[in-house]
Every structure is written in C-alpha cells, then in structure tokens.
Design a protein around this ligand. Structure first.
Ligand SMILES: Cc1ncc(COP(=O)(O)O)c(C=O)c1O
Length: 324
C-alpha cells in the first residue's frame, strides 16, 4: 500500500499549485441517519477563484510551457469555469489566451465572462450550444494563429485530455491522506461529472491505489451510458501513460439528476443549493455542484448509502456562476 501511495504522491508532487484542499464534516444533512458526510473543498484550490480545473491546469500549463507554447486556446460556454481558469493561468504564466465561448456576446458581461475580460483573454463568441461547433471554431482559430507564427496549445472542453486528467489521479493521493488524517475510510466519492476528466482521474487513482471505495459521478451534461463511455475511454488513455489499467466496472455514473440537460436547472438542484448555503455557508452552483448535491441528498433520504458508511462529497467549484 505504501509503495502505491508513494507512486500516487509522485504524480501529486508535479502539481505546482498550492495546498491540499480542506475537508470538513457536514453534520445534520437530512436523511443522513448513521451515515457521515464529508465535503472536500475543491472550490478552494486557491487560484483564480478555484475549482476542479486548477488541478487539471497544473499539468496542462506545464505541458504547454514544456512544449514552448506562447498561446493558449480553450473552449467552453460563455460562463465556463474552465475558460476563466485558463485565462488566469495563462495570464500568470505570460501566455496569450484565446477563448472560444458558446453563446452570443452579452452587452454587459457578468460572472466568469467578466473575469475572462479582466484577465485580458481574447473572447471569440459562437452563437451555438453545440460543443462540436465550439471545437470547430477553435480548430479554425488555431490554424489562423499558427499561420501568424504563434505556438498554440489548444485544450478541449473542460481540459479533459489525458494530461489534464493527471490532476485528478494526483488528487486521489490527497484523498488517501485525508482518510489517514481524519481516521475515516470513505465508501463513496460523489461529485459532478461533465467533460469526464475529474471522474477519469479518480478512477485511475483508485486503480493505482487499489482503493476499495466507489467513485460515483453525477452526470450534469450527458445521458449516463454516454458519460460512462467517455469516462472509461479517457481513464484508459490516462492509465496507459502511467502503465496502469482500469476496470470498466469502476466507472459509475448516475444521470437521474440531469433534468432537461446541461445547465437546465431542476427543483432538486435549487433545493440543494439553498440547503448548503443556509445550513453550512457553502455556495454551490446550479449547473454542476447543485445537481451533485441533489443526488447526495436524495441518496441519503432514500437510504441508498449503507448505514454507517462515510461519503466524500467533492465541491468542485463553479459558484462564480451565481453572479452571472
Ligand atoms: C464546477 C464544476 N464542477 C464539475 C465539473 C465537471 O468536471 P469534469 O468536466 O472534469 O467532468 C465542472 C466542469 O466544467 C465544473 O466547472
């Protein structure tokens, strides 16, 4: 076990950013009974308003700098948390940043878009909700920038490449440390899953550490079967870089809290956002973490977690959207 931990910690050491994120117990959640629920504050990764993208970008930016790139190109929705973080990392590392953003250019930018502009990113708006349309525009932009002599590092939605995914392989080492420090064994990790990198990284980390718990992604973008396929493909590609293998049965996605689709609010999500804010002073968001928390609360109330089990909820950030 120690050798495995050392291997994961070695991956974690490549992380340049900041301190481990805090974990605290959420006492008194309705329906918890004898279950214990802990919250890992990935919203407090400590740079650029935080969130899960910091862990991915630690590896992605290092890769860009190693390849002598001078320009970052990223894609996402107008309120993309990932794009805001790319803008912050790029600016702090002296790189030009171009963002291809899905949605028209608003007259009065708010939330993440306002921060993108503050950080000096060039924003290219595509009036479409289709991820494929954004990626096509980004590919065209990359060609244009390369034609003008720029060394471009282009990242897909959510930074979910095998390189970015290493951030959440490394996070697993931190979670093992959390368990030791708190004297708890987590039975399930629950979190929002979308572009798949967070979940794929945890699944690879679980395989390397032979961690016995469940990694349960709550789909916030796609039907469960599709999301499981995307997570497994990315996990396999990431594991191959580390000479590890993953088991398809370890990829678990629940899509029951997706509602009408990506960024479509649900009643259960609104309830969860309100409850976390009012009971614990924790601000979630309506696109990702609110839906993951809705799944957590529903699972507790319905008795889907074994009595006496411990659950780790990842607050993956995203609450800048509350100001959108
Ligand atoms: C706040 C937040 N939580 C969760 C996710 C999902 O993470 P992933 O895209 O790695 O699946 C995202 C992705 O954009 C996010 O912004």
């Amino acid at each position: 076990m120690d050798a495995i931990h050392t291997r994961l910690a070695g991956i974690a050491r490549q992380r340049r950013a900041l301190v481990p994120t805090p974990v605290h117990e959420l006492a008194g959640l309705p329906g918890a009974g004898t279950c214990r629920v802990f919250c890992k504050r990935e919203d407090l990764t400590g740079f650029g308003f935080g969130g899960n993208k910091a862990r991915k970008l630690d590896f992605l930016i290092e890769d860009a700098l190693r390849g002598s790139c001078d320009t970052l190109v990223a894609v996402g929705a107008n309120q993309s948390n990932f794009c805001r973080m790319v803008a912050a990392y790029g600016s702090a590392n002296g790189l030009d940043v171009h963002l291809v953003l899905g949605g028209g250019r608003p007259a009065d930018p708010t939330g993440n878009l306002r921060l993108d502009l503050l950080l000096g990113a060039a924003c290219h708006h595509v009036d479409s909700a289709e991820w494929d349309a954004w990626e096509e525009e980004a590919a065209a932009l990359e060609r244009d920038l390369r034609g003008r002599g720029r060394a471009v590092y282009r990242m897909p939605v959510g930074g979910s490449t095998p390189v970015g995914t290493l951030g959440y392989v490394a996070a697993m080492a931190e979670i093992l440390d959390d368990e030791r420090r708190l004297g708890v064994r987590f039975d399930t990790i629950v979190f929002a899953s979308s572009s798949a990198g967070t979940q794929a990284g945890l699944v690879v980390g679980k395989a390397i550490a032979r961690w016995p718990g469940r990694v349960l992604g709550i789909s916030t973008a796609k039907p469960g079967e599709r999301q499981e396929r995307d997570v497994f493909d990315l996990a396999r590609a990431t594991a191959a870089r580390l000479a590890a293998t993953v088991d398809r049965r370890d990829v678990l996605v629940d899509d029951s809290f997706l509602g009408a689709g990506y960024a479509q609010e649900t009643e259960a999500c609104r309830e969860a956002v309100g409850l976390f804010a009012r009971s614990h002073g924790i601000f979630l968001d309506y696109v990702y973490t609110g839906k993951a928390a809705a799944a957590l609360l529903d699972g507790l109330r319905a008795g889907r977690f074994a009595p006496g089990s411990s659950i780790l909820f990842l607050h993956t950030g995203g609450n800048v959207e509350l100001f959108a």
